[in-house]
Write a protein that binds this ligand. Structure first.
Ligand code: UGA
Ligand code: MN
Length: 244
């Protein structure tokens, strides 16, 4: 089965390096389609060229975060409108075979992960490293069945998991033509999984019964080159040094 990797992305200094790193991982995986969904008003040319040069099947979409969430202070529903645009694209193209996976642009992925994703029959799960202060988010597996979840923030969630921790088969997903991810910060994963009408018993524990970490929730340190240059204390450090 084809793996449909859905990557929400937005403009900031780290965007192109993140997409380059992720694209160079994905280009090593056979039978993969990369859906890059921008949180932007219009497609960004440099995002297109960055994705295009990977030489793999791809789709570029654009779906900005709605204004009501942008203006609201605090925790925002990041990547939701753009992930939903990807789900809509799969529906409108009648793609009912393959497996979807939500891959944020800044995580780190082991190539073995994509072979686990391919095994998903309905909904599959696996651990994610470096999430919250616990450093790990994982289903708890007993006798080959998921019996609970280990996560630094349970937060009254039915499925206390990270976005990177699950895959859904499109033959199952397509039974839910109205499914979308909710605009509820922190509850996107559990809301989406609840809408799939599954119980713990339906979920396939993958990555050797959830004993292998194949994806990490890494976060890139913010770089602020412009501000740094403007605030430079030493003489002439913010102008180019030219040789004679
Ligand atoms: C946390 C959770 O750990 C993730 O499971 C979840 O995907 C994410 O929040 C979320 O809010 O959706 P975190 O590292 O804090 O992850 O989030 P980011 O990496 O900043 O953003 C998640 C994805 O959304 C990234 O691919 C990012 O490029 C994209 N994004 C972020 C947007 O499209 N628009 C934004 O304004 C911010
Ligand atoms: Mn992230």
């Amino acid at each position: 089965p084809t793996v449909y990797v859905i990557t929400p992305t937005f403009r900031r200094p780290e965007q192109i390096p993140e997409l380059t790193r992720l694209g160079q991982t994905l280009r090593q995986v056979k039978n993969l389609h990369w859906i890059v969904a921008e949180d932007a008003q219009v497609l960004t040319p440099v995002v297109r060229t960055t994705v295009e040069k990977m030489g793999i099947p791809y789709t570029l979409l654009v779906a900005p975060m709605p204004d009501e969430y942008i203006s609201k202070p605090g925790h925002k529903p990041r990547g939701v409108s753009n992930r939903n645009a990807a789900l809509q694209w799969l529906r409108s193209n009648n793609i009912t075979e393959g497996v979807i996976y939500f891959a944020d642009d800044d995580n780190s992925y082991d190539l073995e992960l994509f072979e686990e994703i391919r095994k998903v029959k309905k909904v599959g799960m696996w651990p994610v490293g470096l999430v919250t202060k616990f450093g790990l988010s994982s289903p708890v597996v007993k006798n080959g069945k998921i019996v609970g979840f280990y996560d630094g923030w349970i937060g009254n969630r039915k499925f206390p998991v990270d976005m990177a921790s699950f895959g859904v088969n499109l033959s199952y997903l397509s039974k839910f033509p109205n499914i979308s991810m909710p605009f509820s910060p922190g509850y996107e994963e559990t809301g989406f999984l609840r809408a799939l009408n599954i119980t713990k018993d339906d979920i396939e524990p993958l990555a050797e019964n959830c004993t292998k970490i194949l994806v990490w929730h890494t976060q890139t340190k913010k770089s602020k080159p412009a501000e740094k240059a403007a605030g430079a204390k030493h003489n002439n450090t913010n102008i180019p040094f030219l040789l004679d």
